[in-house]
Write a protein of this length. Structure first.
Length: 259
């Protein structure tokens, strides 16, 4: 199960899902569309409460599924993994910080002033702000400007399909989520992939997250990559994910557990 990033929907992650399906034959690789989540009172989920989102994800995702997510999706996957306990075999996050917004004790994140300015920009001029966000997402990975411009336009177009209230809810989640303690409490295999040239999640977050992890966790940095590495380098990302899942299942089987 793959959870998408903020406001960009599932379409950008389809190449990754396809590549994973090729490397994990027989597996059901599913992209979750946040627009399909239901609020407790009914209707589409667009509230700002973290617990409501986790409860909705709990209802939507089957037990026993590996949890994977990009950016905001990786943070939600981590929080859900902690909530599920033994009812999940493992966790993989892609370009997902433990805290997206800097706070005392965690400075390897976006400054609060920058985050507030972005939120205000989205409220006042969503299309222009999504365009700027898309440029930051593709920055650091693609070296050819025409291809980078095209990728940014495609991401901005995908973001334009997201309802504004749900996008604002996503920003509230990014501000509120603090996963430092939960990362250390997870006993299942977990892999956290970061990009060396990410314009949204500081490179140092990889080392900071690694310090939070138990022995079963790994944090790795991908060189010459930006925030969009799950899209721009879908084949490589899928290979890393599949290799980690396969090795983790083998280790569990050797230890006498269910593969």
């Amino acid at each position: 199960m793959i959870l998408p990033g903020w406001a960009l929907g599932v379409t950008p992650l389809e190449p990754l899902a396809s590549a994973l399906g090729q490397r994990l034959p027989g597996w059901e690789i599913t992209l979750l569309d946040y627009a399909m989540l239901e609020a407790p009172e009914g209707g589409r989920l667009a509230g700002h409460d973290v617990d409501a989102w986790l409860a909705a994800l709990e209802r939507a995702l089957p037990d026993g599924a590996w949890l994977c997510g990009w950016s905001l999706g990786g943070m939600l996957a981590t929080a859900l993994a902690a909530r599920r306990g033994a009812r999940k075999p493992g966790l993989i996050s892609l370009a997902a910080n433990a805290c997206f917004v800097a706070r005392p004790g965690w400075q390897t994140a976006m400054a609060m002033e920058t985050f507030d300015a972005f939120r205000q920009g989205y409220q006042q001029a969503p299309a222009r702000t999504l365009g700027r966000f898309a440029q930051l997402v593709v920055q650091g990975g693609e070296t050819q400007r025409p291809r980078r411009v095209r990728s940014a336009r495609e991401l901005a177009a995908a973001g334009a399909q997201t309802p504004p209230d749900q996008a604002l809810a996503g920003l509230a989640l990014l501000e509120a989520l603090d996963l430092r303690a939960r990362l250390g409490q997870l006993s299942v295999p977990q892999l956290h992939l970061f990009a060396a040239d990410d314009a949204l999640v500081p490179c140092g977050a990889c080392d900071a997250v690694a310090e939070c992890l138990p022995a079963s966790g790994r944090a790795e940095r991908i060189a010459a990559a930006g925030h969009a590495f799950p899209l721009a380098r879908a084949t490589e990302t899928a290979e890393r994910i599949a290799t980690f899942i396969t090795s983790s299942r083998a280790e569990r089987a050797d230890a006498g557990g269910q593969p």
